[in-house]
Design a protein around this ligand. Sequence first.
Ligand SMILES: [Zn+2]
Length: 407
Amino acid sequence: MTKRKTGYKMVGVSDVRDVNQTVFLHLIRERQPISRADIAKLTGLRPGTVSSIVNRLIKNNLVFEGTEGPSSGGRPPKNLYINGESFYVMAVDIGVLDTVFAVSDFNGRILKQRSIPSEGDPTRFLTKLASEISKLRNDHFSRSSFAGVGVSVPGLIDRETGTIEISPNLEWRNVPLRKTLEDELGLPVFVENDANAAAFSELWYGPREGNGSRTLLFVLVVEGLGTGLIINGELRVGPRFGLGGFGHMSIDPNGELCSCGRRGCWETFASERATVERYHRVTAKQGLPLVGLSEMIAKANAGDEMAMQSIKITAEYLGEGICNLAHGIYPETVVIGGDIIGAWPILEPIIRERVKSRYIVSPKQITIRPASVQRPSLFGAIPVALQNYFRSPGDRQAFRPQWTDGE
Ligand SMILES: [Zn+2]
């Protein structure tokens, strides 16, 4: 960890590093109230192992034992609950236009949220961001303990060092994001690609679908376009680098120049930017003023033909890309996130039809739905901060470990 300028209270890192503890916390958070016997049943771990881990969580004030559950004859089981207010995390979502940061409790509820424009050179911007984050802390959470900061950012990130290798859309290169924020905030900082974080938000906030064997493709439509993949209930990420998947998959090698320097990437057809620019190309000829995506969506939903048309074309390309990927991934669920889902009634039938008409086998099994939360890359930064926090450094790239028995 880097030097700490500030005197923030820290949760004892060495006490809570065990991978099993993360799994337990996740399980208790999802299913509370839950008994030790239930945990043993769900994980297949020995009751003694379960108790020893639970005891440590209780000792660390992360979990408490509450009202007794219904008795089945013998001694009634005590139920376990997350101590949601034992500490907080900071979630940061760096977008191309604005950066949102929020304080969340351990239950994943957002308590306070603010935003600033994403602008200026990265070092200056990150210093400003850190000072705004500190201000939010001092204003409302000056007596609280913070476990860490999760940051989601568009582009290629090195998860191990927390460096942004390159973000074409932010036009940043080799930015030591973790180091800068840790130095300024005195808290551990964990960084993830925005589309991976968005996929992670579905693991935490999405509906429980089936038995955990689900495959979910998340398509994050923002200024750029990224994808995150969940297979067997785990977020699939590379061992070290997170790029955000298939946004730079080329659909037309002779297409428009992409921010990455290549031509005809999927995001040049289906991102927010592509959608708005397509609309502007038509409206500019008529001397109409430029509008942002949300205004354009409002117009489309009110029946504006030109706005609708631009969104419909985006939907065609979303469907085309999803269908390409579906042939390789066979997702049970495709989730689309970003402000564009404000036009879901326009998008959905076109995406569905496109996937259906191009899919070689029957697409009946694919559920296509909008994201479970409004800004998935922000909500996804909460578990990024929490999950990573309990990992040993060597394991920090894997978010959902397999169950492991023993200590
Ligand atoms: Zn590209």
